[in-house]
Ligand binder design. Sequence first.
Ligand SMILES: [Zn+2]
Length: 54
Amino acid sequence: MVGQFIKVKCSKCNNEQNIFNKASTVIKCVVCNEILAEPTGGKIKLKADIISNL
Ligand SMILES: [Zn+2]
């Protein structure tokens, strides 16, 4: 199984950030520290809006 990068937009500060859709740790916005996604044991659960699949 191969994950992929997706581009998301922070709902708080509108920062756009590329994240991996599989992660074992919480992914936070690099600008404001808002949580963008949480791990669920496989795919991440997104808290931010997806802009595009890369
Ligand atoms: Zn942010």
